[in-house]
Design a protein around this ligand. Structure first.
Ligand code: ASP
Length: 348
């Protein structure tokens, strides 16, 4: 068994691994606005005496190079983060991933599928204002995430911001500038942090029974397609051509699509027959897809489209990518999309 690392203080306190990918939280103000600067966050953390408090876990900071705005984070970075968590898994009590908020819900969703059998907390957090600014949400987000990561629960990939603990694959960014940037529209918060820290233990996922295994996840051949009134069926037809393998179709209301002239449905039907997996997710923030309610939804089911129930688009994209990367057949992927794998979907 590998021994626990010694933190900065040489203490035997709980210890968390802090993986810094970039994002506003660690940015420095310069002439052309905020940008990440190597080594800068480490300096800022070293200047925070509260991080030495015995109520907080010790930490080891790992900074990625280059530091990225989260718009530039994708499968290679997810793989690096998941790999680092696996490498350091036995030696740390929990993991904090500092990440830009823009694509945090995508990364949290992807990591939830990639980290199979997770039995330790993985907390993604960031901030809307850099830690270095006087008026910033970063300090609380960081400190609480570190405490949650050291707490031994939740044993899943979560997102923490502004007093709200969310299941990572249920989260979506809803505000550009608010501190409460994320919502979990179809699943309750896993916890609320105010004067009291209140965790919904009844909702937490059980720790993985087997050893942690990192799965790769490729987004090759995956697209998201948002329907709108007037969308061209012939353009959709072309968009669904090879090498497309999986589509998250963002539909109206309970999962409906324009069905009047049949051309769009024909395009979807032909794609499904070729083995493209098309998953129906609603454009609405809340509620779930039910293709049996309206003729316009039923027609999609007849075209081979499978329902995404109440998954976020972020989670559906990650799940589709994950299942296709596992090498499943289109029929197996279609069946598995409806199965709850990581708490991402409410089963009927
Ligand atoms: N553009 C930044 C990013 O996502 C915003 C943030 O960090 O909140 O990296």
């Amino acid at each position: 068994m590998s021994s626990k690392p010694t933190g900065r203080n040489g203490s035997s306190r709980k210890i968390v691994y802090v993986a810094y990918t970039g994002g506003t939280i660690g940015m420095r103000r310069g002439d052309s606005g905020y940008s990440p600067a190597p080594g800068y966050l480490a300096e800022r953390l070293a200047a925070m005496p509260e991080l030495n408090h015995l109520d907080l876990p010790d930490y080891v900071l790992h900074e990625y190079a280059p530091l990225l705005d989260s718009s530039n984070v994708g499968p290679p970075e997810w793989e690096a983060i998941a790999g680092d968590i696996a490498t350091n898994y036995q030696r740390f009590d929990g993991f904090v991933v500092l990440h830009g908020t823009d694509t945090m819900a995508y990364s949290a969703s992807a990591l939830s599928f990639m980290l199979e059998g997770l039995a330790k907390p993985v907390l993604l957090t960031g901030s809307q204002i850099p830690l270095a600014e006087v008026r910033s949400d970063a300090r609380e987000n960081l400190i609480t995430s570190m405490m949650l990561a050291a707490s031994g629960e939740p044993n899943e990939v979560c997102l923490y911001l502004n007093g709200a603990l969310l299941r990572g694959n249920r989260a979506t960014k809803v505000s550009v500038g608010g501190f409460d940037a994320f919502e979990s529209p179809n699943f309750p918060l896993l916890g609320s942090v105010g004067v009291e820290v209140s965790i919904r233990r009844d909702l937490l996922r059980p720790p993985g029974a087997r050893q942690l295994q990192v799965r790769t996840l490729s987004t090759d051949g995956i697209v998201a397609l948002r329907l709108f009134p007037g969308i061209s069926a012939s353009l959709v037809e072309r968009l669904l051509e090879d090498p497309v393998r999986g589509v998250v179709l963002e539909t109206f209301g309970a999962g409906n699509a324009p069905a009047r002239d049949g051309a769009l449905l024909d395009a979807l039907s032909r794609a499904s027959e070729r083995g493209v997996v098309v998953v129906n997710c609603t454009q609405c923030l809340r509620g779930k897809v039910d293709m049996s309610g309206y003729a316009t939804g039923r027609a999609l089911a007849e075209a081979g489209v499978v329902g995404g129930a109440d998954m976020t688009v972020e989670a559906a994209l990650a799940k589709l990518s994950y299942l296709l990367t596992l090498g499943m057949t289109p029929a197996q992927v279609r069946r598995s999309m409806a199965v709850n794998l990581r708490g991402e979907i409410s089963e009927a």
